[in-house]
Design a protein around this ligand. Sequence first.
Ligand code: URA
Length: 240
Amino acid sequence: MEKTLEDIQTYLCWYNQVYGSDLYIDGELSAVNLAVEPDQQIRAVNLSSSKAQQQIIDQFSPELKQFYDQIHTCQKCDLGKTRKHFVFGAGNPNADIMFIGEAPGRDEDEQGIPFVGRAGKLLDKMLAAIGLHRSDIFIANVLKCRPPQNRDPLPDEILHCEPYLKKQLEIIQPKVLVALGRIAGQVLLKRTDSLSVLRQEPLLYEKTPLIVTYHPAALLRNPQWKQNAWIDLKKIKKIT
Ligand code: URA
C-alpha cells in the first residue's frame, strides 16, 4: 500500500512538473485542478525526486534520452563532486521554443529538474502570461550541475558544459531561443555586453532567433524590472 501511494505521488509530481496543476482529460482542454497543496507537492517531490526526474527523462525522444545516458555521470569539472543531481533539462523534446537558464540552484539540485524553485514558479507565470506552458517548451541550463552557493559559473565549467547544451540544441532543433539572464545570453552569443544591451537587440544564435531577457531570480529581487520583462515576453509571443 505504501509503495502504491508513493507511486501515485511520484506520478502526480511528475505530471505537475510537466503539465502544471491542470489535469487534461483525453487531451481536452477541460482543466480540473489537481487540488494538491503546494507544500504537499514539494514534500512528495522530495520523497522520490530521482523517480520524478526519471519519469521526465523517460518522456524524451530516443536520441535525447541516449544523450542523457551518455552524459549524466559527467565528472569533467569539480561540480560533479558536489552535485546531488545532474540537471539535464525538462519539457517537450519536440518544442519549437527552448529556454536556457544559467545553472541549477538548490531546489533543482535536490530534484534533478530545472526551474522548480521560486524562480521557476515565476517562470511558470511568465510563460502563462503569453499563453505558454512548460509542456510547450524545453528548458535547460548552461551548466548542468549546481555551483556551490549558487555562485556564477566559472570559465572552465562553461567550457566543459557548453558542448552538452549545443548537442541538446542540435537534437531538439528549436525555432526560437530564449536566454534567461545575462550569463546565458553571453555564453550563447560569445559576447560580454550587459543584459540591458543584449535584450534590446534582434539576435541570432547561429541561424536561430534568440531573445535575451531577465532571469526570473533577478526579477524576484528587482520587481521594478517586470515591466521591461513584459516587453520581452511580448517579443517571444510575436515571434512564436
Ligand atoms: N536558475 C537557473 O538558471 N536555472 C535553474 O534551473 C534554476 C534557477
